[in-house]
Write a protein that binds this ligand. Structure first.
Ligand code: SF4
Length: 343
């Protein structure tokens, strides 16, 4: 077995060597009356077939803007992709027309949002909402679309699908509505699913069921998932790899094991120390003091410098380079660079 395959096996993806999606040096800005916000500042990552990549970080770190940029959903103006590429199946999505992007969205790449109630149309029967997208994108009869809808309702665990297709969203519980949103996203058998805080609006027991559902669907269909979340509990449950974002940049990427047990970036360590962990019972929680930098005029050096307990002189002056620590583990911190001078 090659080194690449061996290492991929560690994080649950031994199926393919080429990424389904490659985000390369992505930059997104928003023009406001107060100036230009540099929301995403050179983000790069790959997503492989059959894996779940979690993008984690505090609100405003750029994780949702990154997912909107992948989907071609940055409102322009005021938003603009000012640099970088989003390569999906050999095509740079940032260079496609709105029409070409519509053909990919909901078909090859689907998105699941936080609140199932706002994602569903309250005036349309569930069956119509499930079949609407597939009938727009594929030459398929009404009967075939309905058959597919029943199949998807079964896949996401909704009992009596034939009957329930005739019902409206308000006739379903919150957890069932999120299952329907997932079924809609899967109707065209996408290769990539982007789930933005998919369980935040649900209560804890339903959250666990939905996370299990993501795992089951991935095992059955091989779909790749980008999970956007601030919740490390959700990440621990279903992610294979994790990208930690801070102030519009990726601070650290690694397998779940590397991030949870061998974190190298002080921000990742701070995040892990600020949430309760079952595997570290009795350890006192330590919140990260301070606030993230102003992205109207981000610092020239490390964006975490003002909050970092290990900050050195160089940290304020120069941005650290990204160090490749293992095949899967990368972090951007001067502590990992032997040229840094702690004095
Ligand atoms: Fe802290 Fe410096 Fe590393 Fe930034 S580069 S995380 S300030 S030690």
């Amino acid at each position: 077995m090659t080194l690449i395959k061996e290492q991929r096996k560690q994080y649950g993806n031994a199926k393919a060597d080429l990424p389904v999606l490659s985000v390369k040096d992505l930059q997104v800005t928003f023009k406001t009356y107060g100036g230009t916000v540099q929301a995403v500042r050179g983000v790069s990552f790959d997503v492989f077939r059959g894996e779940t990549l979690a993008i984690v970080g505090e609100s405003g770190c750029g994780k949702s803007v990154t997912s909107s940029a992948i989907m071609g959903l940055i409102p322009s103006p005021p938003g603009e992709i000012t640099g970088g590429q989003v390569v999906f199946k050999g095509k740079d999505l940032t260079s496609l027309s709105k029409k070409e992007m519509r053909e990919i969205r909901g078909v090859d790449i689907s998105m699941i949002f936080q609140d199932p109630m706002t994602a569903l149309n309250p005036t349309l029967k569930i069956g119509d909402q499930l079949t609407e997208g597939i009938r727009q994108h594929q030459k398929i009869s009404g009967a075939e679309a309905k058959k597919k809808a029943v199949e998807m309702m079964k896949l996401v665990g909704i009992p009596n699908p034939e009957e329930r297709l005739k019902q409206y969203p308000h006739q379903f519980s919150g957890g069932m509505r999120q299952r329907i949103v997932i079924a809609i996203a899967l109707m065209c058998e996408p290769e990539l699913l982007i789930a933005d805080e998919p369980t935040t609006a649900l209560d804890v027991t339903i959250q666990a069921q939905i996370l299990e559902l993501f795992q089951e669907i991935q095992e059955k269909t091989g779909v790749s998932i980008i999970l956007i979340t601030h919740d490390l509990g959700v990440v621990a449950k279903i992610a294979h790899r994790i990208a930690v974002m801070y102030a519009g940049k990726i601070a650290e990427t690694g397998t779940k094991r590397e991030i949870f047990y061998q974190p190298q970036h002080p921000y990742t360590k701070g995040l892990l120390n600020s949430v309760p962990r079952l595997d570290l019972k009795g350890k006192a929680l330590e919140p990260i003091e301070g606030t993230p930098p102003d992205l109207f005029s981000p610092p020239v050096g490390c964006p975490f410098a003002a909050r970092c307990p290990h900050a050195m002189v160089v940290c304020d002056k120069l941005m650290p380079e990204t160090e490749q620590l293992t095949f899967t583990h990368k972090a951007s911190c001067w502590l990992l660079d032997e040229r840094a001078n702690p004095a």
